[in-house]
Design a protein around this ligand. Structure first.
Ligand code: AMP
Length: 114
């Protein structure tokens, strides 16, 4: 299977505005932001959807959530509030089949479902 568009970002084959990176994850600005702050946290391991995550990925998934929390704090939306979204498959509108966590914030999201 060919590499995902997010793997191309990880490998610097296509550009992105990178917010954070470590051995296991990368976080970058969404190209079509749905909120003033819209950042994607992506595990470097290519997991197509949440459905393909296994016990082996427990620590990785937890790590992604903690990275999301840290980014929210760095971007100063931790107190005002933010939403973390994982879209899984067609009905959720998943368009990139490489697991990712959306961080959405910077304004009120109460009327929007992300
Ligand atoms: P999802 O609908 O959950 O699969 O979300 C995929 C997200 O990736 C969408 O919000 C897109 O705007 C975003 N996206 C797609 N291509 C890129 C890219 N090259 N750089 C940054 N974000 C992207």
């Amino acid at each position: 299977m060919s590499e995902s568009i997010f793997t191309k970002i990880i490998n610097r084959e296509i550009p992105a505005t990178i917010e954070y990176e470590d051995e296991f994850t990368i976080a970058f600005h969404d190209i079509h932001p749905q909120a003033p702050i819209h950042i994607l946290v992506v595990p470097k391991k290519e997991i197509q959807t949440l459905n393909q995550a296994t016990e082996e990925d427990t620590k990785l998934l937890g790590h992604c959530l903690l990275i999301a929390k840290n980014i929210a704090k760095t971007r100063q939306i931790d107190e005002s509030g933010y939403r973390i979204v994982i879209n899984c498959n067609a009905d959720a509108g998943q368009t990139v089949f490489h697991l990712h966590f959306h961080i959405l914030g910077g304004h009120s999201l109460q009327l929007a479902m992300g």
